[in-house]
Write a protein that binds this ligand. Structure first.
Ligand code: NZQ
Ligand code: ZN
Length: 382
């Protein structure tokens, strides 16, 4: 284990905390508030944010889509440049926060912002960001990553830089009250897979990271089991904090990480518009079966410590079945159906995109080649 760790995002957690936005943004900076399709106007979040900004000079940009596109975001970049924006406030889910990170970085760059995703421009400067989270899932509110789609080429790529990590994030569980079932479930599944991507690799004896990851996974199982009682502050608070902790850098510090499920999943979203979390529940069981020997020890540890399974020779196999059962209990799919009838064509399309995006050596051992991804997709595509 060798790592440097800091999470510089100040979290304001709990009911009524949107008011903390007022004191979190310097008054001498012009603010660009960025949001999505308008859900924040139906749950009082917009009113609370604008009340908190009453002593600031601010303008707004709306219409950031789920799986935000560079085509839309570049319009916000132009506004940020023209209006001399000194602070960006992202109000929404992972898409709005990721999109705001792109705007923050591209606004300080004279070239084409997509260069950031292609690795042709290294971000050295960005407009400071704050976030008001309305959908617990991605952890984007206190991490340094973002995933952006170029619609014209059906390309969905991540970028990471500490420059775009939010300075502060408001996590008010009341803002979740209007979340559709499907998005709540997406949050549970995404947080689950984030934890797995940093845990289901090879054992390195990292007791803190493993133990905390297992706590987060048990939380998610418990929250799913208590799903019928989800309409209360305690349930919402626990999901919001668990999803945040699953991808704020802590459990991944100094341990091997996988992320192959995410990278293959991103292609399903870009090609077939599958929700991010659903792309993960589609790919992960097949990927785990394919990689079972490399991951056997950690699968057994997960089975024992999270699902409370008894030891047996097939403990790893039974653990994968438990994970699949967990997804089915939430009605999150474990096979792709959005591609129509031609399975072979769909698999080839995904492989072609993976190749084009340099995703030919995925996983903690870089052993998930295009050929291995092909095998994984054989089971994951219906
Ligand atoms: O646009 P609005 O009107 O706000 O509606 C959104 C959107 O339609 C709606 N919603 C959000 N909060 C709501 C609400 N509806 C009612 N009440 C509320 N309180 O939910 C829909 C989905 O929102 P979105 O932001 O797309 O969902 P999510 O938070 O799951 O974000 C997914 C995006 O994050 C990326 C994904 O790839 C995907 O693009 N990820 C980002 C990561 C990161 N930055 O670290 C890691 C993740 O693995 C993930 O890849
Ligand atoms: Zn994710």
């Amino acid at each position: 284990m060798k790592f440097s760790y800091v999470n510089p995002t100040q979290i304001h957690f709990g009911q009524g905390q949107i008011a903390a936005v007022a004191a979190s943004i310097p008054k001498d900076q012009k603010v660009l508030m960025i949001y999505g399709g308008g859900s924040i106007k139906k749950n009082g979040v917009y009113e609370q944010v604008t009340a908190a900004l009453s002593d600031h000079s601010w303008i707004e940009f709306s219409g950031v889509e789920p799986n935000p596109t560079v085509e839309t975001l570049d319009k916000a970049v132009a506004i940020a440049k023209a209006e001399n924006i000194g602070y960006i406030l992202a109000v929404g889910g992972g898409s709005v926060i990721d999109g705001s990170k792109y705007v923050a970085a591209a606004a300080k760059y004279d070239g084409n912002g997509w260069d950031i995703l292609l690795g042709k421009h290294t971000v050295t400067e960005a407009v400071p960001i704050g976030a008001v989270l309305t959908l617990p899932a991605t952890g984007s509110e206190s991490n340094s990553g973002a995933v952006i789609t170029q619609q014209s080429t059906q390309t969905k790529l991540p970028f990471m830089t500490p420059m775009v990590q939010p300075k502060f994030a408001v996590l008010d569980p009341d803002s979740m009250k209007t979340l559709p079932e499907r998005q709540l479930i997406n949050g549970l599944v995404d947080a689950w897979v984030h934890t797995c991507e940093q845990y289901l690799t090879t054992p390195v004896g990292a007791m803190v990271q493993d133990g905390y990851a297992e706590t987060l996974l048990r939380n998610l199982l418990t929250l799913a089991a208590q799903y019928d009682n989800r309409d209360n502050n305690e349930w919402r608070s626990n999901l919001m904090w668990t999803a945040n902790q699953a991808l704020n850098g802590l459990i991944g510090a100094g341990v091997p990480q996988d992320w192959a499920t995410h990278m293959i999943g991103h292609e399903l979203t870009a090609l077939y518009h599958v929700d991010h979390a659903r792309s993960l529940s589609i790919i992960q069981p097949s990927l785990l079966r394919n990689q079972i020997e490399a991951k056997r020890a950690k699968l057994e540890q997960l089975g024992k410590n999270v699902f409370a399974l008894e030891a047996s020779d097939d403990l790893a196999e039974r653990t994968i079945i438990e994970i699949e059962t967990f997804y089915h209990s939430l009605k999150s799919p474990t096979q792709l159906t959005e591609h129509g009838d031609d399975k072979a064509a769909a698999i080839n399309a995904v492989i072609k995109q993976l190749e084009a995006h340099g995703m030919a050596a995925l996983g903690e051992n870089q052993k998930i080649t295009l050929e291995v991804s092909h095998q994984i997709l054989e089971d994951a595509v219906k």
